[in-house]
Design a protein. Structure first.
Ligand SMILES: Nc1ncnc2c1ncn2[C@@H]1O[C@H](COP(=O)(O)OP(=O)(O)OP(=O)(O)O)[C@@H](O)[C@H]1O
Ligand SMILES: [Mg+2]
Length: 623
């Protein structure tokens, strides 16, 4: 067969095959063009999921008649002034989008520059270009794409239901909107408004958070931590969700590189690394991260729809993300998600008030997320000081009602509140963010009084977290403290299990558990980690055996520390169902205050819930 050059229409259609896969990809290109033109408001309308009509209207710089005639030609672009593909300052750079769209649809462009008093129109049908002619229209550009893929009907067969296609377009618009909060966006399917985002105000972080809340949801606003870091000219900013605010998939992890939404496995991996201590394997963080780096550090010309980029130094970027996220999470201290308290209160509240409740009580600055439900950790006193201060305030006998004894109801109520004994908890409560333990309920929940509310702690989840954090620290510091058992304990189990446990003796010793094989199917336990307190040795070894069976031989225990510690904590002194005295409860609260990340357990569930007095008052209709 003779070798020949393909006709231009066919060349454009081939290019279109890569650039325009479905209506949403055309929407992406057109909205990007509007952003590049400096638009402040972009309105998109779809009919039939974009199949019969896509309209993108902007108030950007507009085009002259000469621009109009040129812009639909292949490789015509105004965005590469230096001829340098590594100096890209716009979303577009190839001059391919409009000719591609024009080759597979009926395309009409109407545009007016800001200093012209009339608009011009140009039409392209299946690749055949008309002449610019005068038209009616305000400043900016209006692009209409009719009958997408009419020139390449095979493509039509791949389109999904209009609703699905509209949803894809909404997704594209939302992503671009997250990167450009100062621009107003709307999407309508002709009858319904699908996206409606007003231009956000305030400084960069405030604008972004506002926009993110608009896209991801109001709850993100209350549960987001700001992130800001810089390394070797690469700047990372953004908002990340508290671990307790998590999702079943990673779809709400957004990455933007120089204002461009991208998908990048590097991000997913880095986020997993940063959150690994705080989330179960099947839960995912919600976040939006913005990387800004010199154009030379990143290649954006690697994907037909520009959905991926390549970093020159991806290890540097990954390291920056992991460390910035860890830092932000650590700075959050033991703050837990607001959704828990909101959910609980929401269920108990009369209808209609809920929406009002979800509004944070305080204006959010760039510090983010200081809603009514959270608190800012005070500077941490040293452990010794706290314990001493606490001991000094604790009246004889503690301030909680010992389990089983009824409060003395015959005394006038104020009598119980008067005197120095009642003063102490109030003073202590003011000093300790998690308050003073007042009671233990159902052998599982510690109820504490804080300066302006109450805190309910899940003692088991909290203890599990503490064991983990302490274990991690101890390992980093060179060793886990152990306590010898008065009488070594023999634990019997099936032979395979015993062998598995025995094979890990050395690793377990590093974690504070000293064991040795003791004949077939038996393990002798000599020492246990001191931080477990009184522990159920038999239960612990048996559960560890199960854990090891599940783990297989491939992974070191240190790599599954969260799980191992979880198992250990289950048999420690503060497990669920164990009655605690006042001292033990308060000790637990004080430890939580001093321990980073103690607001959630190893699986991303909260360890405590705080209710402010004013919210409790609302519950009872007092406010
Ligand atoms: N909404 C708009 N407002 C003003 N000018 C526009 C608009 N859309 C397109 N243009 C002009 O038309 C040119 C061609 O647009 P097109 O999208 O085809 O290519 P590009 O944006 O330069 O690169 P890419 O193919 O990577 O998107 C642009 O460079 C720009 O000068
Ligand atoms: Mg473009």
């Amino acid at each position: 067969m003779p070798l020949r050059l393909l006709p231009p229409t066919l060349i454009n259609q081939i290019a279109a095959g890569e650039v325009v896969e479905r209506p949403a990809s055309a929407v992406k290109e057109l909205v990007e063009n509007a952003l590049d033109a400096g638009a402040r408001r972009i309105d998109v309308t779809l009919a039939d999921g974009g199949r019969s009509l896509i309209v993108v209207q902007d108030d950007g710089a507009g085009m002259t008649p000469a621009d109009l005639a040129l812009c639909v030609e292949r490789h015509a672009t105004s965005k590469l002034p230096t001829d340098d593909l590594f100096d890209i300052g716009f979303l577009g750079f190839r001059g391919e989008a409009l000719p591609s769209i024009g080759s597979v649809s009926r395309l009409t462009l109407t545009s007016r520059t800001r200093d012209s008093d009339s608009a011009w129109r140009l039409t392209v049908e299946g690749g055949a270009k008309g002449e610019p002619e005068p038209a009616a229209g305000g400043p900016g550009t209006r692009v209409e794409v009719r009958d997408l893929f009419y020139a390449t009907p095979a493509r039509l067969k791949f389109l999904k239901a209009p609703r699905t296609e509209t949803q894809h377009a909404a997704d594209v618009i939302n992503r671009l909107a997250m990167a450009h909060p100062e621009v107003a966006f709307s999407l309508s399917d002709g009858t319904r408004s699908v996206v409606k985002l007003g231009a956000a105000q305030g400084d960069l972080f405030a604008r972004r958070l506002d926009r993110l809340a608009g896209v991801i949801g109001r709850e993100f606003f209350d549960n987001a931590l700001p992130v800001e870091a810089e390394r070797e000219g690469i700047r990372l900013t953004g908002h990340i969700g508290l671990p307790t605010y998590n999702r079943g998939n990673a779809q709400q992890q957004y990455l933007f590189v120089n204002g461009r939404p991208v998908k990048d496995r590097l991000l997913t991996g880095a986020v997993r690394g940063a959150y690994q201590d705080f989330l179960a394997h099947d839960r995912h963080a919600v976040l939006a991260l913005y990387l800004d780096l010199p154009p030379r550090e990143v290649d954006v010309n690697v994907h037909p729809a520009k959905a991926e980029v390549r970093f020159r130094d991806s290890a540097l970027v990954r390291g920056l993300i992991v460390s910035a996220l860890r830092h932000a999470l650590a700075a959050a201290g033991h703050r837990a998600s607001t959704t828990v308290a909101l959910g609980a209160l929401g269920a108990a509240r009369p209808e209609g008030e809920e929406a009002e409740m979800r509004r944070p009580a305080l204006p959010l600055g760039r510090s983010g997320g200081q809603a009514a439900w959270s608190w800012t950790p005070p500077p941490r006193p040293a452990a010794g000081d706290l314990a001493a201060a606490f001991a000094a305030q604790a009246p004889q006998g503690g301030f909680f009602e010992p389990a089983g004894r009824l409060p003395n109801l015959s005394a006038p109520p104020q009598a119980r509140d008067a005197g120095p004994a009642a003063e102490a908890p109030r003073r202590a409560a003011a000093e300790h963010p998690l308050g003073v333990a007042r009671a233990q309920l159902h052998g599982t929940y510690i109820v504490a009084q804080t300066a302006d509310g109450i805190v309910i702690v899940d003692q088991h989840a909290a203890h599990e977290r503490l064991v983990y954090e302490r274990m991690k620290q101890a390992l980093a510091d060179g060793g886990v403290a152990r306590q010898g058992l008065l009488l070594p304990e023999v634990v019997e189990m099936d032979e395979a299990d015993a062998d598995r446990v025995a094979a890990r003796a050395e690793e377990l010793a590093a974690l504070g558990l000293v064991i040795e094989p003791f004949g077939p199917g038996s393990i002798l336990v000599r020492e246990v980690p001191a931080l477990l307190g009184d522990c159920d040795v038999k239960g612990l070894i048996r559960d560890l055996a199960d854990e090891l069976a599940e783990l297989g031989e491939a992974l070191a225990l240190k790599d599954r520390l969260a799980d191992v510690c979880g198992t250990m904590a289950c048999h420690g002194s503060v497990r669920a169902g164990r009655l605690l005295n006042a001292e033990e409860m308060n000790a637990l609260l004080r430890q939580m205050e001093m321990t980073p990340h103690s607001g959630q357990c190893n699986h991303g569930r909260p360890t405590y819930v705080e209710l402010k007095l004013k919210d409790i008052e609302r519950l009872f209709g007092r406010r």
